[in-house]
Design a protein around this ligand. Structure first.
Ligand SMILES: Cc1cc2nc3c(=O)[nH]c(=O)nc-3n(C[C@H](O)[C@H](O)[C@H](O)COP(=O)(O)OP(=O)(O)OC[C@H]3O[C@@H](n4cnc5c(N)ncnc54)[C@H](O)[C@@H]3O)c2cc1C
Length: 370
């Protein structure tokens, strides 16, 4: 039997997409958010979106997400995504060659690009030190808070109730969502609490293997050449950037230390800011680099690098563990988890019951090429 009442916990990209989707398909859905919309990682994300995945399932999810982003021209800007290895970095050069061939075989608009051709196309980019680069044409960036607001508005228009400033827990048998002022029963509950998902599920006595880790980003002052660069990931240097309001948004890779989602350093480290200035000085060669703002945020790791998306117990669903790729996959995964909540199929590979929650594991990299 299809659930008629559904609670969603967490108003990040995943939670609002699922809420909008559930409401559109006729469910009576209530979204609970402990802060404001996009208060978690979604409001801190870079918004880089691409289909450059070498696995068929991942590629399908990313392709579907891009289709949905393109329906929102006020949110999404098309721009190719380039990832590169520098001369002397044979390991990553080989990996990029293999990845791009595989992506091409999957039918994605991805190819290797010679450094000179890359420079001709994006003259703001320094390519002298590039050994191998690949380009994904099906890519772009989204304003992440804007996306969350647009989806929340869609959810409201379709009858969803959105309760911000309302932290909740989960109770099972029967399935209930206790907030400070009420305790409501639901046919189904989706936990999309980002880095807090493990804690939220702990309140229901359900354990998931999830480790939050910190990543950092900054936005520069305007740089005249920023409009002549693609979105780019320097795999050797392990940093990425994209144009942002006349300057650049630049971020780093994985910090392999578990963070406590209640107590973590929200400001960027001075070392990150300094290192980023040096990286941009080499890759873009601007006359000067002013930093407008810098910050940190949390991503989530699982034992095998795949997310936890699906049903944990009868009526209790989860969607988290995205290794820094949650925003770009939110439109498609919001649809897929809705399918599953409403009785259809989910994504088998992401089944959260593939672990028992007690696993010990190291945080593995999301973007980095090992
Ligand atoms: C600096 C940075 C850059 C990134 N760049 C990219 C990128 O370019 N592309 C990309 O795809 N991904 C990127 N990511 C990753 C991306 O941000 C996440 O994968 C994605 O936002 C996860 O969305 P979410 O909805 O699962 O979680 P979140 O956005 O964290 O939402 C979870 C929500 O749950 C709420 N919540 C928590 N506990 C409770 C409770 N008890 N009751 C009610 N509500 C609760 C939180 O307040 C929060 O709003 C980046 C992340 C960071 C930090």
């Amino acid at each position: 039997m299809e659930p008629s009442t559904v609670a969603v916990v967490g108003a990040g990209a995943i939670g609002v997409t699922a809420t909008a989707e559930l409401a559109t398909r006729g469910a009576d859905v209530t979204l609970y958010e402990r802060g404001s919309l996009a208060a978690g990682s979604s409001g801190r994300a870079a918004g880089v979106c691409y289909d450059a995945f070498a696995d068929r399932t991942d590629a399908r999810i990313a392709t579907r997400s891009l289709e949905r982003f393109r329906e929102l021209p006020s949110v999404f800007t098309e721009l190719p995504y380039v990832w590169l290895a520098r001369s002397g970095d044979e390991k990553r050069a080989t990996a990029i060659r293999t990845q791009s061939r595989r992506m091409h075989e999957l039918g994605l608009d991805v190819s290797l690009v010679a450094p000179d051709d890359l420079y001709d196309r994006f003259p703001g980019l320094v390519t002298d030190d590039v050994a191998v680069a690949a380009i994904a044409h099906g890519a772009g960036y989204a304003e992440t808070e804007n996306y969350v607001e647009v989806m929340a508005e869609r959810a409201r228009k379709n009858g969803a109730a959105i309760r911000t400033e309302t932290p909740v827990e989960i109770a099972t048998d029967p399935l209930q969502v206790p907030a400070a002022d009420e305790k409501r029963s639901f046919d189904a509950v989706l936990v999309a609490g980002g880095a807090h998902s493990k804690h939220i599920l702990d309140t229901a006595g359900v354990s998931i293997p999830l480790k939050p880790y910190r990543v950092q980003a900054l936005v520069t002052d305007p740089i005249p050449t920023s409009e002549t660069v693609p979105m780019c990931f320097d795999a050797t240097g392990n940093y990425y950037f994209r144009p942002h309001t006349g300057g650049l948004l630049v971020g780093d890779g994985t910090e392999r230390v578990e963070s406590d989602p209640e107590h973590w350093q929200r400001d960027a480290d001075e070392e990150f800011v300094q290192q980023t200035r040096e990286r941009i000085a080499e890759r873009i060669r601007p006359d000067e680099i002013g930093v407008r703002k810098a910050w940190a945020g949390l991503c989530t790791a699982t034992p095998d690098g795949d997310p936890l998306v699906g049903e944990l117990r009868s009526g209790l669903f989860v969607a988290t563990g995205f290794h820094g790729h949650g925003f770009m996959r939110a439109p498609a995964l919001g649809e897929r988890i809705t399918d599953e909540i409403l009785g259809g199929d989910g994504v088998r590979r992401f089944d959260p019951t593939r672990f028992d929650g007690t696993e010990t594991f190291e945080i593995v990299a999301g973007m980095d090429i090992e």
